[in-house]
Design a protein around this ligand. Structure first.
Ligand SMILES: [Zn+2]
Length: 266
């Protein structure tokens, strides 16, 4: 058993607190799990999947060079015993299944019946990997962070576009301009969080599928160099000069898809 007393800075909501009491720990090459009352086979699966995502994320997003997460540099995963304890200790909204801090390279979560291994884990590891690539840049829109984090959630990625197209035809679509303004705090008070996440996923998917992983990697490294969003995107993408160009192109792409979909229904 190990007592954990540490100051945490939570990426999205700046939650500051001290320790949670006694946690046991279990280690793999790149991860350390801290846990309470969690079955051993669940912990083994968490470590196995985390190691797999660690490799896949860097590969699929074209992020090849980042600090290796070994020894003292390992990522930490705190697993609370249940949802209630997690929400109480972490001060998180009821819809959140986990949270991550790139500063501490730490994930906080709890065992969940569905989506833990194929959704939550790649999502939260994705947040940390992405921030290692772009650094502590202040002007990164939240949709970019969330879209990248979702990129490895394969099932969701495929479903995301369907969800966005439905939102569009039902008048629930969040325009790109508004999407750019949403941050961690304003997102909490919205009741269209699902549409927001689907659009974030669709946008990152659009950038990578249409223009390739190398351009995306280029874009991220320009952000890391301290360039603004507009400068970084115009540098990496020949036809996109700024965020409104990106918004127009993506919305047009969706409208074209919607037309095809409507024709198919007819
Ligand atoms: Zn997220």
């Amino acid at each position: 058993m190990k007592k954990v007393f540490k100051l945490f800075l939570c990426l999205s909501f700046l939650t500051i607190f001290f320790g949670f009491g006694d946690f046991s720990e279990k280690k793999s090459t790149h991860f350390i799990i801290y846990y309470k009352d969690i079955p051993e086979d669940f912990l083994d699966d968490v470590l196995e999947y985390s190691e797999r995502y660690y490799d896949e994320l860097t590969e699929k997003l074209g992020f090849r060079r980042f600090n290796y997460w070994t020894w003292d540099n390992r990522a930490k995963i705190y697993i609370f015993e249940d949802k209630e304890t997690y929400e109480k200790e972490m001060n998180q909204p009821a819809w959140a299944g986990g949270s991550a801090s790139y500063v501490d390279k730490t994930i906080w979560t709890f065992p969940q019946e569905s989506g833990f291994f194929d959704t939550l884990l790649p999502h939260e590891i994705g947040h940390i990997v992405f921030r290692e690539v772009v650094g502590a840049h202040r002007n990164i829109p939240l949709w970019l962070e969330e879209g990248v984090a979702q990129y490895l959630e394969q099932a969701k990625r495929i479903g995301a576009e369907k969800h966005v197209l439905s939102a569009m035809s039902e008048g629930a679509f969040i325009p790109f301009k508004e999407l750019m303004e949403i941050n961690g705090l304003t997102l909490r008070s919205r009741d269209d969080v699902k549409v927001y996440y689907a659009e974030a996923s669709s946008l990152v998917n659009y950038l990578i599928q249409k223009y390739g992983v190398d351009s995306f990697n280029n874009f991220c490294s320009k952000l890391k160099d301290g360039k603004t969003f507009d400068n970084a995107i115009s540098y990496a993408y020949f036809y996109i000069r700024n965020s409104s160009d990106l918004g127009e192109a993506w919305e047009q792409y969706l409208k074209d898809k919607l037309k095809i979909k409507d024709k198919m229904v007819l």
